[in-house]
Ligand binder design. Structure first.
Ligand code: FEO
Length: 393
């Protein structure tokens, strides 16, 4: 693919990673892109780069437009190496370029790359840089995704370059949202938010407050497609996610050894459905925890089940709970369940972990010895129904 002119004089020069299937703990079945943008003005500016192994792809696209030695500014909106991996290469080929970044950005880039000869220009939040007919306005958005993160806004082009925010892990032939379609983008934006941005809802809200004040008709993130047709749709969705607003839905996540915990999971499902609540059931041996997070993002009730193994919960359940602890979803209703032969610590550990999330837990732990009988399954179903009624209330 050639460089793509996304606005007059502004080009996508990033790289498409068709083969990426795993991104720091998160499965990416559709691959991803690392988006870099070249702005041709009196001062030639490159905003962000790509992962190191795709540097040559980015470089060939830049060379279609300009000689890289002519680049005056390289903006690093974010230190993480999927965006800064191409910096050593481009800074070598663009010896006169200043490297524009936030104070934390400078610190991070110095720590990662240890280049004493880079000519840093550290910008404050709100600072502007005139590059000719266009202005670059930098706004710090700490923790969206790292402390250094900032966005670059070009008012004359009504264009926002927000780096990780509004990203999606999608490799595609089309560079724009309407070339891929809302359903796929919405799903991938949700998965991305749930696995990467979820802990930073307060910061996202602050960033949205800024973004909604700007005159924008295009949002060009650093991953996936560029928003031009669905901006009005994605902004309110992001606000809901940032506020931990959920739907009247339930998510059951479990692992099982001899199907006892599975039977309880299915009885809970039946009760929830009887109360009119849609239920997603995820088995931890066949669903990756990062896929489950997409369901969790919009689900009001989260029911988590484990049998007892070696006097504790199963490691798969423990991994899921550890992942949740880091991603810090709020305002959910939790329920722990499980089965055991003796001891019964597994489901109790699940209950403790749910309690630590701060979620409401209106119902008691369900913990059944050996194989649940009809009466116990009826009780589990009844608990599901009761939880469903609480969700519906
Ligand atoms: Fe896409 Fe935080 O890096």
């Amino acid at each position: 693919m050639k460089a793509v002119e996304i606005k007059p004089g502004i080009y996508w020069v990033g790289a498409i990673d068709w083969n990426l299937r795993y991104f720091h703990g998160y499965v990416t079945p559709r691959g991803t892109t690392y988006n870099a943008y070249l702005i041709v003005d009196d001062k030639i500016t490159l905003v962000d780069t790509v992962k190191h192994y795709l540097f040559d792809e980015m470089l060939s696209r830049i060379k279609e437009i300009v000689d890289p030695s002519q680049i005056d500014y390289v903006v690093s909106n974010h230190v993480e190496m999927d965006h800064s991996g191409g910096l050593p290469g481009i800074m070598t080929l663009a010896p006169k370029a200043k490297l524009v970044t936030s104070p934390q950005g400078k610190k991070g880039l110095q720590r990662y790359y240890k280049k004493d000869d880079w000519d840093f220009m550290v910008v404050k939040s709100g600072e502007e840089l005139k590059i000719g007919s266009r202005t670059l306005k930098f706004v710090h958005v700490p923790m969206v995704h790292w402390p250094d993160s900032m966005v670059t806004y070009i008012p004359e082009a009504k264009l926002l370059l927000p780096n990780d925010a509004f990203g999606q892990h999608i490799a595609s032939a089309g560079r724009f949202d309407d070339q891929v379609g809302w359903d796929i983008i919405q799903e991938e934006a949700a998965t991305y938010y749930a696995n990467i941005v979820l802990p930073y809802g307060d910061n996202v809200n602050k960033a949205l407050d800024v973004v909604t004040q700007l005159d924008i008709d295009m949002i060009a993130p650093s991953h996936g497609v560029i928003w031009r047709s669905y901006i009005e749709k994605i902004l309110p969705v992001y606000r809901k996610w940032a506020n931990n607003e959920t739907e009247k839905k339930a998510l059951i996540v479990y692992d099982t050894m001899w199907n006892s915990t599975k039977r309880i999971a299915l009885a809970l499902r039946d009760g929830l459905e009887e109360a009119g609540v849609p239920v997603t059931v995820r088995f931890l041996q066949t669903s990756h925890i990062s896929e489950i997070m997409t369901d969790l993002l919009t689900s009001r009730a989260i029911l988590i089940g484990s049998p007892t193994l070696n006097n504790g919960m199963l490691p798969t359940v423990s991994a899921f709970l550890t992942y949740i602890k880091g991603l810090r979803p709020k305002k959910r209703i939790g329920l722990a369940f499980g089965s055991y032969g003796w001891g019964g610590q597994g489901a109790k550990e699940v209950a403790e972990a749910i309690k630590d999330t701060g979620w409401e837990m209106p119902l008691d732990l369900i913990n059944i010895q050996y194989l649940p009988g009809d009466h116990e399954l009826d009780m589990a179903k009844e608990a599901g129904k009761k939880l469903g009624e609480i969700i519906q209330a």
